[in-house]
Design a protein around this ligand. Structure first.
Ligand SMILES: Nc1ncnc2c1ncn2[C@@H]1O[C@H](COP(=O)(O)OP(=O)(O)OP(=O)(O)O)[C@@H](O)[C@H]1O
Length: 600
């Protein structure tokens, strides 16, 4: 039954009974295979205490897998899914904090907003002649070694890095990188932890393994090795879609993985593509770095579709041109949700969305990726606010339950209560959220009131818990910063609560998203613009000489083009400039590519 809608290659991957490296081209059914592996393995769990773990790159991907399992009517209480940071916090750092010198007297997890604030203060205090953007903790400048130690590649950055770490230590802060770092140290210094965890996890699946960082591999390796065969691991991904290498993502080879887990790994691949027509596939294979053949297998395989490249458009005519392309697709009977507009930078989204709404008043647009709060997805208050901002619905039923469970657990831990207490159950969390009302119309006061009342309902006074106060303030400052940044760029974000709710509405309408946000998605028509040097590749990748900017471009273009089923419209608009006023050049690869494009 579980294997019913799979092809032979997919079935083999699902039923494979050992460590697995599954590499597969876009649209070949990786997400489908992962959901089926989980369903299959949940049915085979050999003891009540055993669990399946699915590590995904984003929370959204974890939710998509859970949604598919829900559709398959699979009971998922013995599945743990989420990103590696949540995994380490939940399974390693919180339960074993007492064994690490940096966490044994308590710790506070800080988000990216707080990290940036600390760096900003340090940069003001001492003149390190480094710009803040230049220094991101998990940037190529701070490299993590296989043995878990750090290297700061630029000597000029060393004092700042040390000062930053001291600041974390004094305040008992743990940022996301240190969360992984301390987890690995715990696994290595107390081998019993890894042995215990391997006793719990029957399978660990890693989605998008090509974007996994060294530290993350080491954590997985420690657990799998400690199990001596009790924990099976499956790495699933596509090396051509590795678009997070500037954040330290590496696609390890079969041999490297075998060395890491000290066991044999079988490598399988999926070759058919069920998404795109062959012409689209042949086009994006120009950006492929691996030699894998990709054959269209869907019913639309022989469609010619439409592939265009516009090099003559001026920035001021961009919205008109995109509106024309959207209308063209709609006229062909393509529904709004099947049209995706992709951009290399989120700041390009809002101005376009505004103009398109004006030009196509009858069309709905979903630009939820630019929500002002999307920088703090791991923050507890982001999660609680998300419950206040979404209405219960059939589609979101499972997802809201999951958010509520997570919130209950996290809240109980933050205030030192027993997580098993029914007071922190998903049911109770949802009941409290549904009982709280506010008449505020602006997002900031509305959310402050709701979140404070939420805590109050749990008898929690925020000032009694420094960790909670820091997360609370950090959440609101994060929103404020994004709003201020957009204002500075001349495209202010809305601040009323209805607009905030809109960011969370069920995805309806033409989607406008960043390339990174569109990973794993598929659309009949893709329209991509801003394909210019400085955006794609990003300036940071151009400036950093250790990065091959063409390689970055190749992978981003591969991801963009492989989202399309039938139609692909690429735009390199003229008239955009750097802050100094120099014109942005066309993306190198795209402008040199010879192809018989269709007329726009
Ligand atoms: N065996 C199959 N038969 C028919 N359709 C399939 C099959 N396997 C996958 N598909 C369809 O192909 C499309 C792509 O599948 P999926 O999203 O799982 O691919 P993917 O490999 O994860 O792609 P990407 O790497 O681009 O994210 C989906 O619409 C899916 O329903």
């Amino acid at each position: 039954m579980i294997l019913e809608d799979l092809n032979d290659e997919q079935k083999k991957a699902v039923c494979f009974d050992d460590h697995l490296l599954l590499t597969a081209c876009p649209g070949s059914g990786k997400t489908r295979v992962i959901s089926h592996i989980i369903a299959y393995e949940l049915g085979r769990l050999n003891s009540l205490n055993r669990r399946i773990v699915a590590l995904t790159f984003t929370i959204r991907a974890a939710e998509e897998i859970e949604r598919r399992l829900h559709l398959m009517e699979i009971e998922t209480s013995r599945l743990w899914s989420g990103n590696i940071h949540a995994f380490c916090l939940n399974w390693i750092l919180r339960p074993y904090a007492g064994f690490h010198p940096r966490t044994q007297r308590g710790f506070v997890i800080i988000d990216a907003v707080k990290t940036n604030e600390i760096l900003e203060v340090l940069l003001q205090k001492d003149d390190y002649s480094i710009i803040r953007e230049d220094f991101k903790f998990n940037s190529p400048i701070v490299k993590i070694q296989p043995n878990g130690s750090f290297i700061v590649k630029k000597p000029t950055h060393m004092p700042l890095f040390e000062a930053y770490r001291t600041e974390l230590e004094i305040n008992r802060f743990v940022d996301f990188e240190h969360l992984l770092f301390y987890s690995l140290e715990l696994l290595r210094s107390c081998p019993k932890i890894a042995v215990t965890l391997s006793g719990v996890f029957q399978n660990i699946l890693i989605d998008e393994f090509q974007d996994t960082q060294e530290l993350q591999y080491q954590i997985i390796f420690e657990i799998v090795t400690a199990g001596r065969g009790r924990t099976k691991v499956s790495f699933v991904g596509d090396c051509d879609q590795a678009i997070f290498s500037s954040l330290g993502g590496v696609a390890k080879s079969k041999e490297e993985i075998e060395a890491g887990i000290k066991a044999k790994v079988e490598s399988l691949d999926l070759s058919g593509n069920y998404r795109s027509n062959q012409r689209v596939i042949n086009y994006y294979r120009n950006f492929q770095t691996t030699p894998i053949e990709i054959t269209a297998r869907s019913l639309i395989r022989d469609n010619p579709g439409k592939i265009t490249l516009n090099k003559t458009l001026k920035r001021e005519n961009l919205a008109d041109e995109i509106a024309k392309l959207i209308q063209q697709s709609l006229n062909q009977g393509i529904v709004e949700e099947e049209i995706g507009i992709l951009v290399p930078q989120w700041l390009l989204i809002l101005p376009l969305a505004r103009k398109l709404k004006h030009l196509l008043p009858g069309v709905s647009f979903d630009a939820s990726g630019i929500a002002p709060m999307s920088d703090s997805r791991d923050n507890l208050f982001y999660k609680i606010a998300r419950l206040f901002l979404t209405a219960p619905s059939q589609r979101l039923y499972k997802v809201r339950q999951r958010w509520a469970t997570e919130i209950g657990l996290e809240l109980a831990l933050s205030i030192g209560c027993n997580q098993e207490n029914p007071q922190f159950s998903a049911r109770q969390v949802l009941k409290i959220v549904n009982s709280i009302q506010s008449s505020e119309t602006q997002a900031d006061p509305y959310l402050r009131e709701c979140l404070t009342n939420f805590l109050f309902a749990f008898h929690v006074k925020i000032s009694d818990f420094p960790a909670l106060s820091i997360s609370f303030e950090s959440y609101f400052r994060g929103i404020q910063r994004r709003i201020e940044r957009a204002k500075k760029e001349g495209d202010p974000l809305p601040e009323d609560i209805e607009s905030f709710r809109n960011f969370y509405r069920e995805a309806t309408g033409v989607v406008i998203s960043t390339v990174h946000g569109a990973k794993g998605e598929e659309y009949e028509t893709i329209i991509a613009f801003g394909l210019l040097k400085g955006f794609l590749p990003h300036w940071n990748d151009i400036i950093d000489k250790s990065i091959d900017e063409n390689d970055v471009s190749r992978k981003l273009l591969y991801v963009i083009c492989s989202r399309a089923k039938n139609n692909l419209h690429l735009i390199m608009e003229g008239g955009r400039t750097t802050r100094k006023g120099d014109p942005l050049e066309f993306n190198n690869l795209l402008s040199n590519l010879q192809f018989e494009y269709d007329e726009p």
